[in-house]
Design a protein around this ligand. Structure first.
Ligand SMILES: Nc1nc2c(ncn2[C@@H]2O[C@H](COP(=O)(O)OP(=O)(O)OP(=O)(O)O)[C@@H](O)[C@H]2O)c(=O)[nH]1
Ligand SMILES: [Mg+2]
Length: 209
C-alpha cells in the first residue's frame, strides 16, 4: 500500500516537472506578420541559431516548427520554454496570388496545397499550447476575420495571450489601432527584424508563461 502511494506521488511529481520543463509557447498570426522573424531573433539571442526561413511571400512557414528548451534571462529571472512557430492562418489561399509573386503554376499550386494543410495544423495545435504570442503586422488593419478568429479561439480555450504589434520600424505602423482593437490584451510594439523593443517582449514573456 505504502509502495503504491509512493509510486503515485512519484508519478505526480514527475508529471509536474515534465509539464514545467515543456511549457509550449506558440507564435500565431496571419501570414507575413513576422512570426518566424521573431522566432529567429529569440533563437539567435538565446541559442545563437536560426529557427526557420523568412520570406516576403506569404505562407513561407507551412509546417509547425519547434525549438526546445529555450532559456531566457531578464532582470535576474530565468525562464525555459519550447518555442513553436506556426504556419500563418488565412481564410483564403489562392495559388494565383503566388504566381503574381513570380512562381510557376506547379510550384504555386503546391505551395497553396501545403499552406492550406499548414493552416489546419496551426489550428489543431492550438490545444497543445500553454501560452500564445499573436504576431500582427502593425501596418495592417487589425480588424480582420483571421485576427478576430485566432484571438477569440484562444480566449475560448483560456490560453494566456500577448499581442505583438510588429514592424514598428515602418512609418505606417500604428500600435494604437491594435490596442484599440484588442483592449483586453497586453500589446507590445516591436520590430522583430531590427530588434527594437525586444527587451519589452522578453519582459512580457515572464508575465505570460
Ligand atoms: N520592416 C519589417 N519587416 C519585417 C519585420 N518582421 C518581419 N518582417 C518582414 O515581413 C516578411 C514576413 O516575415 P516572416 O517572419 O516570414 O512572417 P511569418 O509571420 O513567419 O509569415 P508566414 O510564415 O507566411 O506565416 C519578411 O519579408 C520579413 O523580412 C519587422 O519588424 N520590420
Ligand atoms: Mg513563418
Amino acid at each position: 500500500m505504502i509502495n503504491l502511494l509512493k509510486k503515485f506521488v512519484n508519478k505526480v511529481l514527475r508529471d509536474l516537472f515534465k509539464r514545467k520543463r515543456h511549457v509550449k509557447l506558440g507564435l500565431y498570426g496571419p501570414p507575413n506578420g513576422g512570426k518566424t522573424t521573431l522566432a529567429n531573433r529569440v533563437c539567435q539571442d538565446w541559442l545563437g541559431e536560426d529557427m526557420g526561413s523568412v520570406s516576403n511571400i506569404a505562407h513561407e512557414t507551412r509546417e509547425i516548427q519547434i525549438k526546445e528548451e529555450i532559456n531566457i534571462k531578464s532582470n535576474g529571472k530565468e525562464l525555459t520554454f519550447n518555442l513553436v512557430d506556426t504556419p500563418g492562418i488565412a481564410t483564403r489561399i489562392d495559388y494565383e496570388d503566388f504566381m503574381k509573386s513570380g512562381m510557376k503554376e506547379k510550384q504555386a499550386k503546391e505551395r497553396a496545397k501545403e499552406a492550406t494543410k499548414g493552416v489546419i495544423d496551426s489550428i489543431k495545435w492550438l490545444d497543445n499550447m500553454d501560452s500564445v504570442v499573436v504576431v500582427l503586422d502593425a501596418t495592417k488593419d487589425p480588424y480582420s476575420q483571421v485576427n478576430i478568429t485566432i484571438i477569440g479561439n484562444l480566449q475560448a480555450r483560456n490560453i494566456p495571450v500577448a499581442i505583438i504589434a510588429n514592424k514598428i520600424d515602418l512609418k505606417k505602423a500604428n500600435i494604437e489601432v491594435i490596442k484599440a482593437a484588442f483592449p483586453q490584451y497586453e500589446v507590445i510594439g516591436i520590430s522583430a527584424k531590427y530588434g527594437k523593443n525586444i527587451e519589452d517582449f522578453y519582459e512580457q514573456l515572464f508575465k505570460l508563461v
